[in-house]
Design a protein around this ligand. Structure first.
Ligand code: 4AD
Ligand code: MG
Length: 430
């Protein structure tokens, strides 16, 4: 008999099937054993009735321990009470391995213990659900860009320069030279946008963040579109459509996972259409009205972002930040050079900034001036300046942090659960 997955049982109701799986949990009432089985594609209960199976099958089922691996054969029954909608009437058990003393029991464990056993913790229903949502988000990202005329391009990971300031650069040696793991592919994406029009990248980025927060990883994955002939306004329009597409795809295709995660989906349903906007100036006033000590020119901390986001039930754009606190490449507002044409997108429910984006400087003289202001070596950025010398055009782009997006959509406390093997301050194992 050829194997099927638990996810496929719905196509085999009334038939006998064989599935490769692990035992997740077991209950027994003497004459019946209830096997909770998982195979990654889903969960199903296998019912073993003593009077209906051979003695050997009964005994094999009895010996199974948590995380034992096996092939199970049985007849698929539709069952409305089962979370997956199906149940298996077991006809045979073929044990692959009896697992001894699986370290993660079904009771509660501390976070550090679970993190040390991340390679096993991933098997739990919640963690599997998070990884399935992550996968769906990635699928929806590719779908959105393919439908909207973007090319996928891959910027380098080993770089001689910084894109997002020098404080959290991840240093390494490149033979005799110094190199840094990419903080952002943006500068290279700008070059490819001048070659291909609309491009996006999806890859790992690295920041040696010295602070321990719920939102910061050392290694995280970023999606970075870059678009020729797109201004600040259109950049925001594209972001609204993009984020709505991701959220709506997860709602549609990950119903069981969101249920496992006990996510209140009512709030996600509202993530459609236009998103609210507030300027940096007005955001400062709002915070001051609420009693904050913040003053114009300060950057927002996580509590500030949460306070602003509380005013809205959708993600909110904070636009026009002070030139001084943003990256060197952002284009100043033509009406006001002390602010830039940028926006951070703040997720609702306290999940913080999920996107940073801007229109880029297209004027070569101004860009050269910025290199001086930011003490960036003209030598290393010469190629980037070339983009403004040979057919410069208005262009914009943004970067979506995958892990923060997963945390928000899944409703997770901490980004450490959003990536299979998180790299955190003080954690490189497993
Ligand atoms: O705002 P950031 O630093 O923007 C850039 O890197 C731009 N070059 C993007 C662009 O315009 N192409 O980072 C973008 C996003 C943030 O909004 C956040 O979601 C995520 O990346 N991010 C992190 N996620 C997890 N851990 C960290 N340490 C992160 N740093 C940024
Ligand atoms: Mg940012």
């Amino acid at each position: 008999m050829s194997l099927i997955t638990i996810g496929q049982v719905g196509q085999h109701v009334g038939q006998e099937v064989k599935i490769g799986c692990w035992l997740f949990n077991k209950r027994s009432s003497g004459k019946i054993q209830f096997l909770q089985l998982r195979d990654g594609s889903g969960f199903i209960q296998g019912v073993v009735v003593k009077a209906e199976v051979s003695e050997e099958t009964w005994n094999q089922a009895k010996e199974l321990t948590q995380e034992s691996s096996l092939y199970i054969t049985g007849i698929v029954r539709a069952d409305d009470r089962a979370p997956s909608g199906y149940e298996l009437t077991v006809t045979g058990v073929e044990t692959i391995q009896i697992a001894q003393d699986y370290p993660i029991s079904l009771k509660e464990h501390g976070v550090e213990f679970l993190m040390d056993h991340r390679h096993l913790w991933l098997r739990s229903p919640r963690q599997r659900a998070v990884m399935a949502v992550r996968s769906e988000i990635i699928r929806a990202v590719y779908e959105f860009f393919q439908e909207n005329g973007f090319y996928k391009v891959d910027p380098p990971i080993l770089t001689p320069t910084s894109a997002e300031g020098t404080t959290n650069l991840f240093h390494t040696k490149y033979f005799d030279e110094d190199a840094y793991l990419s903080q952002s592919g943006q500068l290279y994406m700008e070059a490819t946008a001048m070659a291909m029009g609309r491009v996006f990248s999806f890859g790992p980025t690295f920041r040696a963040e010295k602070s321990k927060t719920r939102r910061h990883l050392i290694e995280f994955w970023m999606i970075e579109p870059e678009m020729a002939f797109v201004d600040h306004e259109e950049n925001l329009r594209i972001q609204e459509k993009f984020v709505s597409h991701i959220v709506q795809s997860v709602l549609k295709n990950c119903k069981l996972e969101l249920k496992t995660l006990e996510r209140d989906t009512g709030k996600l349903d509202q993530v459609v259409g236009e998103f609210p906007r507030i300027t940096y100036d007005d955001a400062i006033k709002l915070l001051q009205e609420k009693g904050s000590e913040i003053k114009w020119g300060d950057d927002f901390g996580a509590p500030d972002e949460t306070m602003i986001a509380e005013h809205y039930n959708k993600p909110v754009f904070i636009t026009h930040y002070p030139t001084e606190i943003k990256a060197f490449y952002m284009k100043p507002d033509p009406n006001r050079s002390d602010v830039v044409l940028c926006a951070d997108l703040i997720a609702p429910e306290g999940y913080g900034e999920i996107i940073g984006g801007s229109q880029r400087i297209d004027d070569p003289e101004l860009l050269e001036q910025r290199f001086k202001d930011h003490q960036l070596s003209e030598e290393t950025y010469k190629w980037y300046l070339d983009l403004r010398h040979y057919g410069t055009v208005p262009h914009s782009g943004f970067g979506l942090g995958l892990e923060r997006t997963v945390a928000w959509i899944c409703g997770l406390e901490h980004v450490r659960e959003t990536i299979p093997f998180p790299r955190l301050l003080n954690r490189l194992y497993p």
